[in-house]
Design a protein around this ligand. Structure first.
Ligand code: FAD
Length: 124
């Protein structure tokens, strides 16, 4: 992680180190790009919604590759696109695994999910 940015009139160096403080080093740098939002906050979600090892929610056929899927999924059909392993619950946007991480796709998936919600409601 970045501990400090150094420079006179512009950025010249960054001091980076491990989160536990075990290694710290100084690197020359002409620019610093901040990348936030890569960690999903999904710890509160129940185990019936399968997540990958990074916490992103598995949807559609991808969810089927998990051992726990057979135990959780009770329907004869496969999950719809964007449907989680808990039938009738959908995930769209960055929070689902293998997302495109673009505003346009997050918005598009939101409206796609709604159409699948209607399809799901028609079958229950
Ligand atoms: C630094 C950066 C630059 C980017 N630049 C671009 C770009 O130039 N072009 C582009 O197309 N995309 C860009 N993206 C990606 C784009 O921002 C995302 O793909 C998009 O915002 C995803 O939308 P989303 O609705 O899935 O998630 P988000 O926009 O992250 O929205 C999720 C929302 O849910 C809220 N939330 C989280 N947990 C809870 C909870 N428990 N209860 C209630 N609310 C909760 C969050 O606070 C947040 O408001 C960029 C992303 C980053 C991080």
């Amino acid at each position: 992680m970045i501990k400090e940015a150094l420079g006179k009139d512009r950025i010249e160096q960054v001091i980076i180190g491990n989160i536990d403080g075990s290694k710290v080093e100084t690197k020359q740098a002409d620019a610093l790009y901040i990348f936030i939002g890569a960690k999903p906050f999904t710890d509160w979600i129940g185990k019936e919604i399968i997540r990958n090892d990074k916490g992103f929610i598995e949807t559609g056929r991808d969810a089927k590759s998990y051992d726990s899927f057979e135990r959780i999924w009770k329907l004869k059909r496969d999950p719809y696109l964007l449907e989680t392993s808990a039938h009738g619950i959908f995930a769209a946007g960055d929070v689902h695994a293998n997302a495109m991480n673009q505003v346009a796709s997050a918005v598009g998936e939101g409206s796609m999910a709604i159409s699948f919600v209607h399809k799901y409601l028609a079958e229950v």
